[in-house]
Design a protein around this ligand. Structure first.
Ligand code: SAM
Length: 268
């Protein structure tokens, strides 16, 4: 895969030299280049911003340096142009999987109040333009979002993560959060790991982990439950969900009022 990142702070992306992503680059699994947007300016001051039309606070990134930068990255094919923005669709693991299938990704890191909107319109001629948000909060620039998105995508490329099985059981891979994990010692500061993990019984361990996934998702991210494909749920899953206050309603997992075990008094 080829990745180009354009930023006015290329040093910010130095972390992409480290760890598994750095190794993937060394091993030739990922061809990643960071470009300085100022190298595509033509004035003495290497200006990339100007005041906003219509007034208001802050500065806006000028369109021409972006056009020059993006034109230098055009290939015969249609690369995906990711424009990090708090006003974009929220980036998800499903998108990371989809982007990992692409040959060429270009990331445009905004700063100030963002990039002149016409750049996105213009770029749509030659790029598949996707404004993507890291989450519902505002950062100072797109670089942190790019670090996160590149890492999420690149670790899915074949050969980047040593054991590909570790990608299968992760949070969000099957719509649920991952189960809790433990390592040695089995007893630590008066806290013991669940006995089942020492049982050697793989079926029981798998069931325990699935239960924990369902419980954890119900507690921490109930919004994910309603997106679950109910066809994938077993009778044992239904029982765990019921204990958490969920049932299948109209083909979706939905919260239900807890059933009272106390019968109403006859003289009430
Ligand atoms: N005025 C913009 C708005 O309210 O939508 C925010 C601009 S922000 C200060 C500057 C840049 O940071 C954005 O152009 C974008 O590149 C990046 N950024 C900020 N928050 C982000 C987020 N949640 N996800 C992705 N990128 C973000």
């Amino acid at each position: 895969m080829r990745i180009d990142v354009v930023s006015i702070f290329p040093e910010y992306l130095a972390a992409l030299d480290l760890s598994l992503i750095g190794k993937a680059r060394q091993d030739g699994l990922l061809e990643l280049t960071v470009h300085n947007l100022r190298d595509f300016t033509t004035d003495r001051h290497r200006t990339v911003d100007d005041t906003p039309y219509g007034g208001g606070a802050g500065m806006v990134m000028k369109p021409e340096p972006w056009a020059q930068a993006l034109e230098s990255m055009q290939t015969g094919r249609r690369p995906v142009l990711i424009v990090p923005s708090p006003a974009g669709a929220v980036f998800t693991q499903a998108m990371a999987h989809e982007l990992a299938q692409e040959e060429h990704l270009v990331f445009a890191c905004g700063r100030y109040e963002g990039i002149d909107e016409r750049v996105l319109e213009w770029a749509a001629e030659s790029f598949d333009v996707r404004p993507l948000s890291l989450g519902d909060y505002v950062l100072n620039g797109g670089e942190v979002a790019v670090l996160a998105m590149v890492e999420a995508v690149a670790r899915l490329l074949p050969g980047v993560v040593g054991n590909p099985e570790s990608l299968v059981e992760e949070s969000h891979s099957d719509g649920l959060l991952e189960y809790p994990v433990y390592t040695k010692p089995s007893s630590w500061r008066n806290l013991d790991i669940p006995d089942v993990l020492l049982s050697g019984n793989h079926a029981r361990i798998a069931r325990y982990r699935r239960d924990e996934q369902l419980r954890r998702t119900a507690t921490r991210r109930p919004d994910l439950l309603e997106k679950l494909d109910v066809q994938t749920l077993t009778a044992a899953d239904h029982a765990v969900l019921a204990a958490q206050g969920y049932a299948i309603v109209d083909g979706k997992v939905a919260p239900v009022a807890p059933s009272s075990s106390v019968s109403p008094s006859s003289d009430a």
